[in-house]
Design a binder for this molecule. Structure first.
Ligand code: URA
Length: 238
């Protein structure tokens, strides 16, 4: 192993993203050669023994990229203090420490990527990556052309103006509309807040694509391995 920073090594081992690894370090969970390390910047090299809560940490040999159709009522996390079901509980038969790439709300369904590749996670979730994500929503009422324009210009929310976004009305359900919304940020409850802001609150929300990855016909609760070319395309063309 080449000499590298501890947080990079932890990410390589699939323990957490680099930012998550920094938190583990500062909270005193990580030891190098038996000594707890809480400062950033330390480097590790071949032969060093790294532990997480006294359990050895080793690089993951196999990298996994899993596309899940997250059902409603499941948390986008690894574990929950209150015992609620988490997305990783739905992935059986994969012997790796998987982490969700970003989050969907508890009641949002659809495409969620999970991986044990910390470097990939770091890259794709970094705000500068600005990957396009498309959501399908059933909303109250029917947005107008002027709403479409407001999305395209960026919408002022409590936490500032959004980047330009795309709003498309794709169908109707009684007095309600089915819309598709594409955004390239990942703010908390962003799509719900944007639609609420234009006066068309969300009844249900599903993510149908993440960059070039598409949910397709995958049923809620089901998952599949992403093909290698799907993953390379995701990081190549944006
Ligand atoms: N925007 C939301 O409002 N909720 C999600 O789960 C994802 C994007």
């Amino acid at each position: 192993m080449e000499e590298m920073r501890l947080q990079k090594y932890l990410a390589l081992c699939g323990v957490a993203s680099r930012r998550g690894a920094e938190k583990l370090i500062s909270e005193g969970h990580i030891a190098v050669n038996g000594v707890v390390v809480t400062e950033m910047g330390i480097k590790v090299k071949n032969g060093d023994k790294v532990t997480l809560d006294e359990q050895p940490v080793k690089p993951e040999k196999n990298k996994y990229y899993i596309i899940l159709n997250k059902p409603s009522g499941v948390l986008s996390s690894v574990k929950d203090d209150r015992g609620r079901e988490c997305v990783v509980d739905l992935i059986e038969g994969v012997n790796a420490r998987l982490y969700p790439v970003g989050r969907l709300d508890y009641d949002t369904t659809g495409l969620l990527l999970l991986t044990n590749d910390g470097d990939f996670m770091q890259k794709v979730t970094h705000p500068s990556f600005e990957i396009w994500k498309t959501y399908q929503a059933v909303v109250r009422g029917v947005p107008t052309e002027s709403d479409v324009k407001r999305f395209a210009e960026g919408l002022m929310l409590d936490d500032g103006k959004t980047l330009p976004a795309v709003l498309d009305v794709v169908g109707y359900k009684g007095n309600n509309a089915i819309v598709e919304v594409s955004i390239r940020e990942g703010r908390n409850r962003q799509v719900r807040r944007m639609l609420e802001k234009i006066g068309h609150p969300v009844n249900s929300l599903k993510r149908i694509s993440f960059g070039s990855l598409e949910l397709g016909e995958l049923k809620p609760g089901k998952w599949r391995h992403a093909r290698p070319e799907e993953i390379s395309r995701l990081t190549e063309d944006r």
